[in-house]
Design a protein. Sequence first.
Length: 155
Amino acid sequence: MVRIRSDKALQKAHLLFQLEKAPSPKFTPLAEGEFSQFLSKTFGNLLSSYTLSFNRQQNRRGSLFMPNFKRKQIDSEHYYTRLIRYIHRNPIHHGFTTTFTEWEFSSYHSILSTKPTRLCRSEVVDWFGSKEAFITSQQAHEEQELPESFKLSGS
């Protein structure tokens, strides 16, 4: 799990990046709330460029990726807890593995590890109270499916 910065913090990072890249008197910061739209469009452009290039190289047509990604605000403690469990069980849902602990790319392993990570490890462990409580919580709810209202589209 990676913490997403606020629009204001992202805009500040964007401004600093633009100033380092090419100081220009014509650059104007994005208005409040526009950064999410800018970020979405930037990723969309990246994915479109990659798709065009790949399709040209492979002499093919069509989409390479699933429908648009979306950000969904975590607006309750219950949703946050259930979402962590859902993320760890997602490889089971898609048939990549039979148990979430077998999936080598899972953030579950990073949360339990002591190796450096960009994940907010202590934030997640503290949320559950301890590593042991985190493990117990994940295992106890392995069979529960997340209701449709909790899922991001395309899940």
